[in-house]
Write a protein that binds this ligand. Sequence first.
Ligand code: NAD
Length: 265
Amino acid sequence: MLLKGKKGIIFGPLNDKSIAWKVAEECHKEGADFVLSNAPIAIRMGDINKLAKSCNSIVIPADISSVSDIENLLNETKNYFNSKIDFVLHSVGMSLNVRKKKHYTNLNYDFLFKGLDVSAISFHKILQTLYKNDFINEWGSVVALSYIAAQRTFPDYNDMADNKSFLESITRSFGYHFGKNKNVRINTISQSPTMTTAGSGVKGFDKFYKYAELLSPLGNASALNCAKFIVTLFSDYTKMLTMQNIYHDGGFSSTGVSNEIIEKI
Ligand SMILES: NC(=O)c1ccc[n+]([C@@H]2O[C@H](COP(=O)([O-])OP(=O)(O)OC[C@H]3O[C@@H](n4cnc5c(N)ncnc54)[C@H](O)[C@@H]3O)[C@@H](O)[C@H]2O)c1
C-alpha cells in the first residue's frame, strides 16, 4: 500500500496495452484514488470506462492541448475528491506527421505544431494550471513519459524526437519553479519501446523493438515494469528526485553493442 491516501490524475489510458492503463492498475493495487482522463474521441473508441470500473475511478474527458479542458478537469477533480491531489501522470503522445507518414525531411508544419502541442506543450499547460490553482500537495509528484530519441537519433521516430526533447526541457524548467516554491517534484521516464497503440504507429516498430531487446542487458522494460517504477516515483520513497529524465530501459541507453547484435550481423 505504497500510495495509500494519495490522490491523482492519470492522463492517457486507451486500452489494456497502454502504459497509463498499467499505471492505473498498479496505483489502484497500492491504495491510490485517481481520476482517469483521455480525449473525448479516445474515450468513445477505447476501453477506459472498463478500467475506471475495475479501479473504482471516474473518467473526465479532456483534450490535453486545451487549457479550458484542463481547467475544467481540475475543477471536476476538486469536487470529486474535495481536496488537493498528490500525483499526475502525463502518458500522452501523438504526431500527425508520423500518422500521415510524412518524412522528417518533408514535414507538414501544421501537423508539427499540433503534435508538439499535444505531446509536449500540454505538459506545460497541465503544470501551469496546477501551479496557478495551487492544486497539488507539497511533496507531490508529476511524471511524463519520454523516449531516448530526445538524446540520440532514431530516424523513423520523426518529429516525436523533437517533441520529447521539448517535454524533457519543460520538466527541468518547470521542475525548478515547482520545487523551489511548492516542494513538488517533476520527472520524465525514458521508457523502452513498448507494444502499445502509439508505439506500434512508428515505422518499423517491430524490428526496432527486437533490436532494443537484443541490445539491452536486461531486455526491454515492459509497460507493467514501467508502471511499477512509476508507483515508486509517486510514493514518499523518492522525495528528493526531481528535474530528471530517468532511463527505464533495461540498460539500453548505456550499451554500445551486445554480443547478440554482433552475432546477428
Ligand atoms: N510505446 C512506446 O514504445 C513508448 C516508448 C517510450 C515512451 N512512450 C510514451 O508513452 C506515452 C504513452 O503512450 P503508450 O505507448 O502507452 O500509447 P497509447 O497509444 O496507449 O497512449 C497514448 C495516449 O495519448 C492519448 N492522446 C492522444 N492525443 C490526445 C489528446 N489530444 N488529448 C488527450 N489524450 C490524447 C491517446 O488517446 C492515448 O490514450 C506517450 O507519451 C509515448 O510517447 C511510449
